[in-house]
Design a protein around this ligand. Structure first.
Ligand SMILES: O=C(CO)[C@@H](O)[C@H](O)[C@H](O)[C@H](O)COP(=O)(O)O
Ligand SMILES: [Zn+2]
Length: 192
């Protein structure tokens, strides 16, 4: 057991180390884009499946409530939480449309849509980013090594250099916190 745990942690350290060189600039660019949208009166809408749904909710919660310091709440909405909307869209139309339909209904000019998909292939995340693009909204993607399908739909795409969902998600969680820290720094002059 200890050897499995050690291998997993070493793998995580290696992916974090590689991300420092290959992905951190995109994470900073994503935070800058989101800061600009929020400063301009827009809101953030986030989406993902499974663990990435939790990450989408985590980001929205930190923004709406607070991150490390006291500050006014910021407008953010996870598109993964309203089970009536989610089940009716999936039931009447298609699971693929659960995010895109919400974006079409809720988006205003100046908003930013953020999608997480470790495979880069979840049809509902791709459709959500596509709907955001069609509405002229800013888009941010978080993915793994194979984010090819997300690339043309994202203004900023954060790619984690791994194919393993848990390792990718661990860096996505780091990016969620980094975005919050840099948004606070940009909008309020400090983050702690
Ligand atoms: O958290 C995990 C695995 O670590 C799972 O719940 C995982 O998020 C789900 O299988 C998702 O459906 C995967 O979707 P995606 O990241 O490929 O878009
Ligand atoms: Zn997970």
């Amino acid at each position: 057991m200890r050897n499995i745990a050690e291998a997993a942690l070493k793998q995580a350290i290696e992916v974090h180390q590689e991300f420092l060189g290959s992905g951190l600039d995109q994470a900073v660019a994503a935070a800058q884009l989101i800061s600009r949208c929020l400063a301009g009166g827009g809101k953030l809408m986030s989406m993902g499946n499974g663990g990435s749904a939790a990450d989408a909710q985590h980001l929205a919660a930190e923004l709406v409530n607070r991150f490390m310091m006291e500050r006014p709440g910021l407008p953010a909405l996870a598109l993964t939480t309203d089970t009536s909307v989610l089940t009716s869209v999936a039931n009447d139309y298609d699971y693929k449309e659960i995010f895109s339909k919400q974006i079409k209904a809720l988006a205003s000019e100046g908003d930013v849509v953020l999608g997480l998909s470790t495979s880069g292939r979840s049809p509902n995340v791709l459709a959500g980013l596509g709907a955001a693009r069609q509405r002229g909204l800013a888009t941010v993607g978080l993915t793994g090594r194979h984010g090819e399908a997300m690339e043309p739909l994202c203004d900023v795409l954060i790619q984690v250099p791994s194919e393993l969902t848990p390792r990718i998600q661990e860096i996505h969680a780091f990016c969620v916190h980094l975005i919050c820290e840099l948004v606070d720094l940009t909008l309020f002059g400090r983050s702690q």
